[in-house]
Design a binder for this molecule. Structure first.
Ligand code: AHR
Length: 553
């Protein structure tokens, strides 16, 4: 019955809104669009870990980004950048993943504990990364991606997570270390005070109480940098690494190294092999990692794109929805009880390094409004699939790829991505509601290397809604770079008594926050008038991410 009702809504409303509009056409007529929040159709609780993060020893993420050192003039908590801690705390982060990424499968956690001056220096996984930058861009010659000092390790990371109030998520090395090294890491982190030799070692290093780490990734991208495994081979490793580990009273949550984007074969073949030993093996999996980067478009530079590149990248990012659905379907062939969820522990757009970023800050750039819309649409996607996704972590927290911060010396800047996370906070832990977005599509062109044009289009409005008590939070992305979307909002079965809005938008599509202008793009609050009988018509700004807070009777 519910489905039929949704289908009805979609077809009847689409009939009046099927027009595709050209990007530049002026288009604004009363309530051209409609949002139906189906308040009686809960999807599931939005796991706070959907607002997770990721810290890898890569470029400027750890050194200079997070770790400034205890003797630094930069304000710090035990060597950790204080401005970043204070800011991140405000957005109540979910689980934080560490130490990689590809770095994890070349890392020995034992190198990163104890007296810092005695820790060994190793070559970093990213040492030989060549940077295919245009000629006028700086080469990545020095920098922490070459040599790893190990000044920041397990204890420093656990302290950082404690400071910001986030659960710890550690990724084990499956490529170059064995299951014993992994078991010892578990022991070091979780064995009760004064028990094992590793627990005593931890105490010697200043941490008497265990870190109580629940989340453990078994390798990373095991189809690639994590070992070049076949899915069947990786399934055997997964079984071995997760077999008979002491729990030390902690509920261990293992995350399997899942597919690269749409590779459903990796998913199917892994589950087939895993369950050859019986379906009980499925109980070991808390999450199946999915990684998807939408890449870049145009000149591959964060703030160098035209209008078509704008839409192209937003649409590529939107692929997240079908990836979740496709892998979920395959997982269901094995996990009939639907206990295992997807952990999207790497996602984001991915541009080249900005020319003005310090040397060695591999893949560091200041994200723009376009990236902020991509953040909004991904978070909305995860929320629409709250029944399938238990964790999501943009890559990465600071100074690399789709980051929430750029930081250097004494400057810590919140990127537009950060502001979207802040705006979406009320969804965390709330109940996701089935919601229909009906809006005219937006047309654009895609050009291949030979400049051959293909016509394309993208939805005119999309988002998600959740409920917490009498508060409904609706978040939406309007990708149209030039046109606002006048939208009628209905809360099927409930009356809106008041509403307010928070909006991130700019007439400059390339707007962003830099070291020189840290607050060039920040959200603004708007008051919203609710009409007689609870009627709400709201105009979503062009090129915007919006949060509407609706109080219901
Ligand atoms: O986030 C950067 C890298 O991208 C990670 O190390 C790896 O897992 C992925 O390919």
């Amino acid at each position: 019955m519910k489905l039929e009702r949704r289908e009805f809504l979609k077809t009847s409303l689409l009939a009046g809104a099927a027009a595709v509009i050209a990007p530049k056409a002026a288009f604004s007529q009363a309530a051209e669009s409609k949002i139906e929040i189906l308040i009686n159709e809960p999807i599931g609780t939005i796991n706070p870990d959907i607002y997770g993060h990721f810290v890898e020893h890569l470029g400027g993420v750890v050194y200079d980004g997070l770790w400034v050192g205890e003797n630094s003039k930069i304000r710090n908590y035990n060597g950790i950048r204080a401005d970043l801690v204070d800011s991140l705390k405000k957005i109540k982060p979910g689980v934080i993943r560490y130490p990689g990424g590809c770095f994890a499968d070349q890392y020995d956690w034992r190198d990163g504990i104890g007296a810092r001056e005695k820790r060994p220096t190793r070559v970093n996984f990213w040492a030989d990364t060549t940077y295919k930058a245009p000629e006028n861009y700086k080469k990545l010659e020095g920098g922490p991606q070459k040599y790893e000092s190990n000044y920041f390790g397990t204890d420093e990371f656990a302290r950082f997570c404690k400071l910001v109030g986030a659960p710890v998520y550690l990724a084990a090395n499956v490529r170059t270390r064995d299951a014993r090294v992994f078991q010892e890491w578990l022991d070091y982190c979780n064995a009760p005070a004064g028990t094992t030799t590793w627990a005593k070692e931890r105490e010697k290093n200043g941490f008497r109480e265990p870190h109580k780490v629940e989340y453990w990734g078994i390798g990373n991208e095991s189809w690639g940098c994590g070992g070049d495994f076949l899915p069947e081979e990786y399934a055997v490793e997964f079984r071995k690494f997760t077999a008979w580990n002491p729990t030390y009273g902690v509920k261990l949550k293992f995350i399997g190294a899942g597919p690269n984007g749409g590779d459903v074969n990796w998913t199917r073949r892994f589950f087939q092999k895993l369950t050859e030993k019986g379906s009980g093996q499925l109980n070991k999996l808390y999450g199946w990692a999915l990684h998807y980067y939408s890449g870049s478009t145009g000149k591959q530079i964060a703030n160098d794109f035209d209008v078509n590149d704008w839409y192209d990248l937003i649409q590529r990012s939107d692929r997240m929805e079908s990836l979740i659905e496709d892998h979920w379907q395959v997982m269901g062939e094995f996990d009939r009880e639907r206990k295992i969820k997807l952990s999207v522990d790497e996602w984001g757009a991915w541009h080249w390094q900005d020319p003005d970023m310090p040397d060695g800050f591999l893949y560091a750039y200041a994200s723009t409004l376009r990236d902020a819309l991509i953040t909004g649409l991904n978070l909305d996607t995860f929320q629409r699939h709250a029944d399938k996704v238990n964790m999501a972590n943009p890559a990465q927290l600071v100074n690399t790829i789709h980051s929430l911060y750029i930081a250097h010396e004494d400057k810590t800047v919140e990127t537009p991505n950060y502001h979207v996370f802040e705006m979406y906070m009320p969804h965390s832990g709330a109940t996701a509601l089935r919601t229909e977005f009906i809006s005219p599509k937006v047309a654009f062109s895609r050009f291949d290397a030979q400049k051959k044009e293909t016509k394309a289009s993208i939805w005119g409005l999309n988002g998600s809604a959740s409920i917490n008590g009498k508060t409904v939070t609706l978040t939406a992305v309007n990708p149209d770079h030039a046109n606002a979307r006048e939208t009628e909002i209905n809360l099927n079965g409930a009356k809106i008594v008041s509403a307010s809005a928070r909006v991130l938008s700019s007439t400059n599509l390339k707007a962003r926050n830099t070291f020189a202008q840290p607050n060039a793009l920040v959200p603004r609050n708007e008051s919203v008038t609710v009409g007689a009988g609870g009627k709400l018509v709201y105009k979503f700004a062009p090129a915007s991410v919006t949060r509407l807070t609706l109080q219901i009777a």
